[in-house]
Design a protein around this ligand. Structure first.
Ligand code: MG
Length: 317
């Protein structure tokens, strides 16, 4: 008890800077090692943002990320129990050493076309993946790739597969999620042969039961088994408002990808203030910065500019 009280006292002293800066999230003392850097902000990074640069020196790279002010990670590149060529347990250890917590991981089954005959094979993939990820203690396993969805029927089949992946994840103590790009905001019709995007969907000859694919995913997946990681940039690219989706589905959208065309805040096409206001209203606990390949400079430089944007943003708590 004495030790705990002493610990809290020390944390309080270190947190003083945060109090003076008007930060109230002092319960988040686990980020003590990076506290002075990020003033208590819990900012995550999707490691895809660094591309090959991270794998040139993983321990050094992870330490740089931590020093920049990131405190959590979402993995990418899972295959056969490894992240690229690195054993997952080794990756976890290197993240621990850098003071970074792995919350989530992106992974896709090897097939894009789901049929009633390959459902078993897809389930086998998720069983192995869930087992591998449970061992390194992540919370979420997230599918970022859109399977084939050319008709209402294909959307329903995909939802069955997602629900099964969710059951497998849950049996391993994990949560299954789905991450969108832009084409999930295309629409499909019963018996359709293609996704219908943009203004074409409002043509005069479209049936009444035309549905946005993403809405079909939300409607037909079990809320107990499947959560959604909303990529706010791709939602905008899909001609939709991420805030509207967060307002409509507060119990389904549990994670965010905070992303812009390039470095956060530079394009002017993303209203991050409104996005963060709604995220706090929804009590979203985790989000991950994502950055595509930059035409100039290194990915590390870009990732640093992104975290600086969030650290300086008054609307990010
Ligand atoms: Mg994304």
């Amino acid at each position: 008890m004495q030790n705990r009280r002493k610990f809290i006292k020390n944390v309080s002293l270190i947190s003083l800077g945060g109090i003076l800066a008007g930060k109230s999230d002092l319960a988040n003392a686990s980020t003590l090692s990076t506290f002075s850097v990020n003033a208590g902000k819990k900012i995550g990074l999707q490691i895809y943002s660094l591309g090959r640069e991270l794998f040139e020196d993983i321990p050094g790279g992870l330490k740089r990320i931590s020093q920049m002010g990131y405190s959590t990670l979402e993995l990418a590149g899972y295959r056969d129990g490894k992240i690229n060529d690195i054993e997952m347990s080794d990756f976890r250890k290197m993240a621990d050493d850098a003071g970074l917590k792995i919350i989530s991981s992106h992974l896709n089954p090897p097939m894009r076309e789901y049929t009633s005959s390959n459902k078993g094979e897809i389930a086998d993939f998720w069983k192995r993946a869930a087992d591998d990820h449970a061992k390194i203690g992540v919370t979420y396993i997230v599918q970022p790739g859109q399977p084939s969805t050319r008709s209402t029927e294909e959307v329903s089949l995909v939802c069955e597969v997602f629900n099964e992946a969710g059951r497998i994840a849950k049996a391993n103590g994990l949560i299954f999620g789905y991450h969108n790009h832009d084409m999930e905001f295309a629409r499909v019709i019963p018996g359709g042969t293609e996704m219908i995007f943009g203004r074409r969907a409002f043509g005069r000859n479209m049936p009444e039961n035309i549905e946005v694919i993403y809405d079909g995913f939300l409607r037909q997946t079990d809320p107990e088994l499947v959560i959604f990681e909303l990529d706010v940039y791709w939602t905008v690219m899909g001609q939709n408002d991420p805030v509207e989706y967060m307002q409509k589905y507060p119990d389904r959208i549990k994670l965010l990808h905070i992303k812009d065309r390039a470095v956060l805040g530079q394009s002017g096409m993303m209203n991050f203030e409104n996005i963060f206001i709604q995220a706090y209203k929804n009590d979203i606990q985790d989000y991950f910065v994502e950055l595509e390949r930059l035409p100039v400079g290194t990915q590390f430089e870009g990732v640093k500019k992104c975290v600086d944007y969030l650290l300086e943003a008054p609307f990010v708590k």
